[in-house]
Write a protein that binds this ligand. Sequence first.
Ligand SMILES: C[S@@+](CC[C@H](N)C(=O)[O-])C[C@H]1O[C@@H](n2cnc3c(N)ncnc32)[C@H](O)[C@@H]1O
Length: 247
Amino acid sequence: MPQNIYDNPEFFAGYSALREKDLNANNLIVRPHLLPLVGDVQGLDVLDMGCGAGELSRWLVDGGAKSAVGMDVSERMLAEAEQQPRESLTYIHSSAEDASFESDPFDLVVSVLMLHYIEDIRTLLERIYTWLRPGGRFVFCMEHPVMTAGQGIVEPGWITHDDSGLKAWTLLRYSDEGKRVSHWFVDGVVKYHRTTETMVNSLIDAGFRIERLLEPHVPEEFEQQHPELRRERERPNFLFMSAKAEK
Ligand SMILES: C[S@@+](CC[C@H](N)C(=O)[O-])C[C@H]1O[C@@H](n2cnc3c(N)ncnc32)[C@H](O)[C@@H]1O
């Protein structure tokens, strides 16, 4: 059974407060880059894995998807999502690891900031492949391996590089894949670090053809308004990929 930290009341309160801020990572980096990568969803049957409060699930059906299923392990997150219902959008309470669908029900599987919570990524990618129709796509973003590598080992990751005040990001234990336990709102938050090489090769081995890989930074318009955000160029926060199920 995977960890379900989003149902911890203290964690949930901290995470919800973060999401209410204008300058959160979802608004600054995820949304501007993910939506173009997802592209046209008209008429598609879609699964949003780790849907959280359902922001992307709603965007998918509002954008013309024929149906969307939002899936999440957290009852608190799903309760938030269900406050803004949509026709043709259903939610299921399940971990990604335990979810099962009759074969080929989806044209598109999306997942935002959930895959770094998955211990056995190879098995999950193989299962996602079976849920996709021929030519269906898997589009995701996750915490970048450069971010997960040192979590719980070196925090905070920023160090002062020299007297100019230049900051550098500490990269430690990049090649040591596996569990990372860190403090994020509460102690004991479990994530799994794996290299970009493992992500790319696990997708290929599962039968996907990689279409695009992104390591984006904050769009310039936001940097101009908030110059402190330029430091996000020092390291990639998130890894985005889109991949097609070759069948
Ligand atoms: C950072 S939140 C992102 C939520 C949403 N995708 C978004 O971008 O707004 C991560 C979500 O993944 C869910 N999650 C974590 N591990 C999971 C698992 N093993 N199976 C399903 N959902 C999981 C959490 O409950 C949480 O809602």
